[in-house]
Ligand binder design. Structure first.
Ligand code: SF4
Length: 277
């Protein structure tokens, strides 16, 4: 089993079966509702790309362009980044099979993406030093405390790694409807997975992690939320969840877990309402 970097397309295409690999998004989905996980990853059911998801992907794509140039020593102006985003808009919409409610809705969304990218680029310091952008990483899951090889890799895409004064800083981009401090525990699986992958691949401990939120308020805002380097306790908790996840996959039982998340679940009125246990 390999440890290293994959091309981003490799991760996109690496569907495989549920046992092909573990990822932070698969873990988080299963934790929120095992039945939702089964619909998505066991049965492969696709759901339409929402406006919020597409906006997030378009912002990610624009910032990837900015940081890939930055890594080569070129600092693109915000207008240039937005122009490139506009030019690749239709291709992204095709890739995501995105359907817009109307031409006006599409124009408004494109403007929102441009505004979010601009406010972000006006916020970040120009002297950021880029170590890696959109790192598609894979490493075998070997429990660092027992040495047991779980026989399956962890795969994840890290948005950005910066060279800060204290060491590598792992950053994750998010878009959000409103301003609020992301709860660390709500993001723990993702943060611990990225830190673990980063350590496996570089042999270096991260100096810290950061969620960079772009807020879709009328006047867009950008907020950075820093988190400390992960501890042994974080990795014990991560491996504990992964073991329970793999055991559930072995058993093949995927119960529904009704709760707060049902309000945002695309399977609620279709597959879930017909599920009979
Ligand atoms: S509607 Fe709720 S219980 Fe049903 S699959 Fe979705 S998240 Fe799970």
């Amino acid at each position: 089993m390999s440890t290293g970097l994959l091309g981003f397309e490799d991760v996109q295409e690496r569907q495989g079966g549920p046992m092909a690999y573990v990822s932070p998004s698969r873990l988080s989905c299963w934790l929120s509702c095992p039945l939702k996980w089964a619909f998505r990853y066991r049965d492969g059911l696709r759901t339409p790309t929402s406006a919020a998801l597409f906006t997030g992907k378009a912002v990610h794509a624009a910032l990837e362009v900015y940081y890939r140039h930055k890594q080569l020593g070129l600092t693109l102006a915000a207008d240039d980044v937005i122009q490139r985003s506009t030019e690749s808009w239709s291709r992204l919409a095709d890739e995501e099979d995105m359907t817009f409610d109307s031409a006006d809705a599409e124009t408004a969304m494109r403007q929102q993406v441009a505004d979010l990218v601009r406010v972000y680029l006006n916020t970040v310091p120009v002297d950021e030093k880029v170590l890696a952008v959109e790192v598609a990483a894979e490493a075998p899951l070997v429990d660092p405390f027992t040495g047991e090889d779980l026989g399956i890799p962890l795969v994840g895409v890290i948005d950005l790694v910066l060279d800060s004064q204290a060491g590598p800083l792992i950053a994750d981009f998010k878009t959000a409807a409103r301003s609020s401090e992301p709860m660390e525990i709500s993001n723990e699986i993702q943060l611990s997975s990225y830190a673990w992958l980063h350590r496996q691949i570089t042999g270096q401990q991260e100096a810290g992690l950061e969620i960079r939120s772009m807020i879709k308020t009328k006047v867009p805002k950008c907020e950075f939320h820093p988190y400390p380097a992960r501890t042994d306790a974080h990795f014990r908790r991560l491996f504990s969840v992964i073991r329970e996840y793999l055991a559930a996959l072995d058993r093949g039982t995927f119960n529904f877990r009704p709760g707060f998340g049902c309000g945002m679940c695309d399977f609620r009125s279709t597959h879930c309402s017909r599920w009979a246990g």
